[in-house]
Design a protein around this ligand. Structure first.
Ligand code: FAD
Ligand code: SF4
Length: 507
C-alpha cells in the first residue's frame, strides 16, 4: 500500500506542506496537466503556457532529486482529462491507500477533492497551504467579533505578529501607512526600466506549440513569451524589481502611462500565486531594501502592505465567505459584459489601452484593473459573474481565491461593503489626473455631459443617483451626495439621459 502526494499546477514549491515528511523511496508524487483545468474557462494562452511550462520544469527538478514522480502530459494517450480521473487511475495502477494534498486555491477544486474519499475509496489528508503567511484559522480568529474586518487593521495585526518594519510595538518611521505619498501623477519624462525577460528554453518552446495547437481559440498570442518558469528565474525577477523599480514603486504606484504597461510594479504575482516565490521572502526582501537604504519607506511599506496585507486579507475573505460570496450582487447588476472587453475596440482610450495591454501581456497593473476596467463595470452595472469570469481568464496571475474577492469585493462592491468601505467609483477627472490617456481620447474629459463628454463623468453621477437608497448612508459618500443634490435639475436630467443613451448603445 502506497501514499500518493499530489501537487497542483499552482503549488510549485518544494517546501509545500504536501511534501513534508515524504518517504522518498515509497511515496509517489502525482502531477497532471488536465483539460478540465485548462478549459473550465478559456484561459489566456499565456496563462496556460506559463502553468504547463512551470509544472514541467518543477517536475524536472523533482526527478533530479530522485523523487518517484508520475507526470501526466496533456497529450498522453491515457490522460483522462480530469484530476479525479487521473487520481482514480493512479489509485488503481499503484495500489494507493492514502492521499496527501495541500489545500487548493479554488472552492470548486476543494469540493472535487473532498469527494475522492468516498467516491474513490481512499483515505485523504488535506493540509493547510503553508505558503500563506496567515492560515485560514488565524484569519477566522482575527475576523471574529469584527463587524467590518478592514484590511488596514488586519495589516497592522500582521506587521506586529510577523515583526515586519517594527520598532518594538511601534511601526518604524512612526506611521503604519504611507499611502498619501504614493499617489503621484505620472511625469512625462519618466525613465521606466524594462521588465525582467526570460528566453524560452526547449521545454517552454514545446509547451508554446502545444498551447497554440490545442487552445488556438483562446485569447492572446504567445509571440514574445518571456515569463519566468522556474524558481531561479522568478527570484531574478524579484531581484530585478528590488534593484531597478522598487525605489519608485511607491511614488508611481497608482500612475498609468500610455505605452507603459509595466510602470514600476513588481510583476511577481504570477510567480507568487504559482508557488515559484514565497510571500514572506518577498516581504523580507523589501524590508531589507528599506533597512539597507536602497528603497525609501513609502516604497517598501507600500509593497509590503500589498503582500502582507492585501494578498493575505483577500485570501482570508475568500475562504471565509465562499461559496456564497460568488452569488453576491448588491446592486443587482445584470448587464452583459460588452464585447470590447475582448477586442479593445472602443473609443474610450483608457479602456482601449488597458484592454489591449491585457490581451498582449496577460497583465495589467492594479490601478488599470481597479480604476479603469473594474470602475467601468461598476458604473455600467455589469453582471459580477461575467466580470469575474473575464478577470479569471485574462491574467496569468488569476486564480479564483485572489481574483474573485478583488472583483466582487473591491472593484464591484457586490458584497455591499464587507471588504471595501465604499465603492471604488470615479469619474474621468481621477483617470485624467493619474494617467495621460485622456490626451488621445475621442471624448473630452473636461465635459460633464453631452455627446463628446467623457462617459465616466455622467456615468459616475448616474451610478450614485441610481443607487442612492443603497449608498446615501455611507458617510464616505456624504460629500458626493451633497454635491449631487446641489446640481440643478437640468444637469441631473442630462446626466440621466446621457447615461441612458450610452448604456443603450453599450448593450
Ligand atoms: C479587479 C481586480 C482583479 C484582480 N485580480 C487579481 C488576480 O487574479 N490575481 C492577483 O494576483 N491579483 C489580482 N489583483 C490584485 C492586483 O491588481 C495584482 O496582484 C497586481 O496588479 C499584480 O501585479 P504586480 O505583481 O506587478 O503587483 P504589484 O503592484 O507590484 O504588487 C505587489 C504584489 O502585491 C500583491 N497584491 C497587490 N494588490 C493585491 C490585491 N488587491 N490582492 C491580492 N494581492 C495583491 C500581489 O501579489 C502583487 O504581486 C486584482 C485586482 C483587482 C482590482
Ligand atoms: S476622456 Fe474619459 S474615456 Fe477618454 S481616456 Fe479620459 S477618462 Fe477615459
Amino acid at each position: 500500500m502506497t501514499t500518493l502526494r499530489i501537487i497542483l499546477g499552482d503549488q510549485l514549491s518544494t517546501t509545500i506542506s504536501s511534501l513534508h515528511d515524504i518517504d522518498k523511496h515509497n511515496d509517489l508524487i502525482l502531477m497532471c496537466e488536465v483539460n478540465e483545468e485548462a478549459q473550465y474557462v478559456k484561459h489566456h494562452k499565456k496563462k496556460i503556457a506559463f502553468i504547463f511550462s512551470a509544472m514541467r520544469h518543477f517536475a524536472e527538478g523533482l526527478k533530479k532529486k530522485k523523487y518517484n514522480l508520475l507526470y501526466t502530459k496533456l497529450t498522453d494517450k491515457e490522460n483522462t482529462g480530469s484530476f479525479k480521473g487521473e487520481v482514480k487511475k493512479t489509485i488503481r495502477q499503484h495500489h494507493i491507500n492514502h492521499i496527501i494534498i495541500t489545500h487548493p486555491g479554488e472552492h470548486r477544486v476543494l469540493e472535487d477533492i473532498q469527494s475522492w474519499e468516498t467516491d474513490l475509496n481512499v483515505s485523504l489528508e488535506i493540509r493547510e497551504d503553508n505558503r500563506f503567511i496567515c492560515s485560514t484559522d488565524e484569519f477566522t480568529k482575527w475576523v471574529k467579533n469584527r463587524k467590518q474586518p478592514r484590511m488596514e487593521h488586519f495589516y497592522r495585526h500582521m506587521r506586529k505578529q510577523k515583526t515586519v518594519l517594527m520598532d518594538d510595538d511601534k511601526p518604524i518611521g512612526g506611521k503604519w501607512n504611507y499611502d498619501t505619498d504614493n499617489r503621484k501623477p505620472p511625469k512625462s519624462n519618466l525613465t521606466i526600466p524594462k521588465p525582467c525577460s526570460q528566453k524560452p528554453d526547449q521545454i517552454t518552446k514545446e509547451v508554446i506549440s502545444l498551447v497554440n495547437e490545442k487552445f488556438k481559440d483562446h485569447l492572446g498570442e504567445l509571440d514574445g513569451f518571456d515569463l519566468a518558469i522556474t524558481r531561479d528565474q522568478a527570484l531574478k525577477a524579484l531581484e530585478n524589481f528590488l534593484s531597478k523599480r522598487m525605489p519608485s514603486f511607491g511614488d508611481y504606484q497608482d500612475a498609468m502611462l500610455e505605452g507603459e504597461p509595466w510602470m514600476y510594479h513588481s510583476h511577481i504575482s504570477t510567480y507568487l500565486n504559482a508557488g515559484l516565490l514565497l510571500p514572506m521572502e518577498c516581504v523580507k526582501a523589501a524590508e531589507d531594501a528599506y533597512l539597507n537604504g536602497s528603497a525609501p519607506m513609502n516604497a517598501a511599506e507600500g509593497f509590503i502592505r500589498q503582500i502582507l496585507g492585501w494578498r493575505e486579507y483577500i485570501r482570508g475573505i475568500y475562504w471565509l465567505k465562499m461559496p456564497g460570496y460568488a452569488d453576491m450582487n448588491f446592486f443587482n447588476a445584470t448587464r452583459p459584459l460588452p464585447s470590447f472587453y475582448w477586442t479593445a475596440k472602443t473609443d474610450m482610450n483608457c479602456l482601449k489601452q488597458s484592454i489591449s495591454e491585457t490581451k498582449k501581456n496577460a497583465y495589467a497593473h492594479h490601478i488599470q484593473r481597479l480604476m479603469i476596467l473594474g470602475n467601468f463595470a461598476l458604473l455600467t452595472g455589469i453582471d459580477p459573474k461575467q466580470v469575474s469570469e473575464w478577470f479569471l481568464i485574462v491574467y496569468t496571475d488569476a486564480y479564483e481565491w485572489v481574483e474573485l474577492p478583488n472583483v466582487y469585493g473591491m472593484a464591484l462592491f457586490a458584497d455591499g461593503g464587507y471588504l471595501a468601505s465604499k465603492p471604488y467609483a470615479a469619474g474621468g477627472s481621477y483617470i485624467n489626473k493619474m494617467s495621460n490617456y485622456c490626451k488621445n481620447c475621442e471624448y473630452n474629459v473636461k465635459k460633464k455631459t453631452g455627446a463628446d463628454a467623457c462617459p465616466f463623468n455622467y456615468l459616475y453621477w448616474n451610478f450614485l443617483a441610481k443607487n442612492k437608497k443603497k449608498l446615501e448612508k455611507n458617510h464616505r459618500l456624504a460629500m458626493m451626495y451633497s454635491t449631487y443634490e446641489r446640481m440643478d435639475e437640468k444637469t441631473k436630467k442630462q446626466i440621466k439621459n446621457d447615461s441612458l443613451q450610452f448604456l443603450e448603445n453599450l448593450t
